[in-house]
Design a binder for this molecule. Structure first.
Ligand code: EPZ
Length: 430
């Protein structure tokens, strides 16, 4: 397994450019199934989750060509096999977006139960409720989710019992080609929901209200290829913002939509960092001590759960006691045992973590237990005294492009120790 070896203690300085949003890309790539014709997608992040989705598309008969490092041409005209098997689906959650997209185009889909980070139970009842409401029959057999409808999907009124990013995206994908009007209520409002709606509309769909909790979709018969550029990654930007503050550095983070960062900006300011917003970049500087703060993660526009572990890493060295409540997932504090190995004092009771700040962290061998937990370990290692080794960094590389190069460009000292290649292929120049 690959490792990162990090010599901590450097103040991060300089500038980095954020890549395309992972959680938008992993919805937009399956969405290309909905149109016959050429889609040119720009600002694609160079991460392994994206590589796996391209592999799935190719296995279904699509053509996927890299034009440059961040632009890909996708043509799904000749896709004729609405099937995604276990071997690829087990790597990531977003593989289930092919259910909605394939159902929308072919009225049938079979996709293996998805993988992804483990934060306790990750049910898909709201996805199934949505598909059934559109007229599909959904069964789960031998680990495969099968959805089909005899005729065509019919628009419907769906109230989600919980605010779910995945269910909102999946049902939106299925309903853009359903007959009539679909109304999604209690929908998720994350920036990647809006980005997907914009992409679908650029392919000829009629989706209105994305970014609010009511989304209205008028089904269309035909969708066409389109050119589209994915929004910047809010979580990658936030991770660099926190790392800049934690290291007492001064970093300009470019290719950012500052509005998407408001909840993170606000908490970093309470923790003592100076955050300056520009049109499409943000500067984070921190010279004084880190102050303790209180955070509860919530669906957008609340504080994102995907920034919770990184914020915990920062607050381990605050001057006082902080409290973080996880409001989205049942079990997203598994990584604190790894922080404890570095001298952090974090007590977890269910969904609440009480973080008593310590003077400093000390290097230790640790593991990335999932993607954002891995990012938290990186931040902890950057501020710790000594040389930290992080194992299982494949989790980090699922969602952060060129992460070692980007941190090293800011003065960090990170080495990636190579290990045998995985079976996951990225398209030629990605
Ligand atoms: C998406 O996961 C993201 N993944 C996650 O980011 C993120 O943590 C999460 O949204 C919340 O923002 C992708 O976009 C690929 P949900 P998703 O459905 O869609 C419950 C990262 O680090 N629920 O919004 O799986 C569920 O148990 C990843 O980039 C149901 O009860 O999350 C949870 O408590 C990790 N029934 C809550 O809703 C359902 O049918 C929110 O889950 C679906 C969800």
């Amino acid at each position: 397994m690959e490792k990162f070896v990090i010599n901590g203690g450097t103040k991060l300085k300089g500038s980095i450019t954020v890549g395309g949003a992972k959680n938008a890309a992993v919805a937009i790539i399956p969405a290309t199934i909905l149109a016959k014709g050429l889609c040119v997608v720009e600002n694609i992040p160079n991460i392994s989750d994206v590589g796996i989705l391209f592999k799935m598309l190719k296995e279904m008969g699509a053509s996927v060509k890299s034009i440059n490092k961040t632009t890909v041409e996708i043509d799904t005209t000749s896709v004729n096999n609405p099937f995604v098997g276990y071997e690829l689906a087990r790597h990531l959650r977003a593989s289930y977006y092919f259910l909605g997209a394939l159902l929308g185009r072919f009225n049938r889909a079979s996709v293996s139960m998805p993988g992804g980070c483990h934060f306790g139970v990750r049910p898909i009842d709201q996805h199934i409720k949505g598909f059934e409401s559109l007229g599909a029959t959904v069964t789960i057999d031998h680990g495969m989710i099968n959805a089909r409808t005899k005729k065509t999907l019919l628009g419907s009124h769906i109230y989600f019992d919980v605010v779910s990013v995945g269910a909102t995206i999946n049902v939106m994908l299925a309903s853009v080609r359903a007959k009539g009007l679909t109304v999604l209520e209690n929908a998720a409002k994350e920036p990647h929901i809006v980005d997907l709606a914009n992409f679908l509309n650029s392919m000829g769909a009629d989706v209105r209200g994305a970014g609010t909790d009511v989304i209205k979709i008028h089904g269309v018969d035909i969708m066409h290829g389109a050119s589209y550029s994915i929004i910047p990654d809010q979580i990658e930007a936030g991770t660099f913002m926190i790392a800049a503050a934690a290291s007492k550095g001064n970093v300009l983070i470019k290719n950012v939509i500052p509005k998407h960062m408001e909840s993170v900006t606000n908490k970093l300011e309470s923790a003592g960092a100076k955050v300056t917003e520009y049109d499409d970049s943000i500067r984070v500087e921190c010279t004084g001590p880190i102050s303790p703060t209180t955070i509860k993660t919530m669906p957008h526009p609340g504080f994102p759960t995907d920034m919770q572990p990184q914020m915990t890493a920062l607050l381990t060295v605050a001057e006082g006691t902080s409290v973080i409540t996880e409001g989205v997932w049942d079990n997203r504090f598994r990584y604190v045992d790894e922080l404890a190995r570095m001298g952090a004092n974090v007590q977890v009771d269910g969904k609440v973590a009480v973080i008593t700040g310590v003077k400093g962290l000390k290097a230790a061998p640790v593991k990335a237990t999932d993607l954002r937990a891995g990012a938290a370990m990186l931040i902890a290692a950057l501020i710790a005294k000594g040389t930290t080794e992080i194992e299982d960094v494949f989790h980090i590389e699922r969602g952060y492009e060129d992460v070692v190069a980007k941190f090293n460009a800011l003065g960090a000292n990170i080495k990636r120790v190579e290990a045998p290649k995985t079976d996951i292929e990225m398209p030629a120049s990605l």
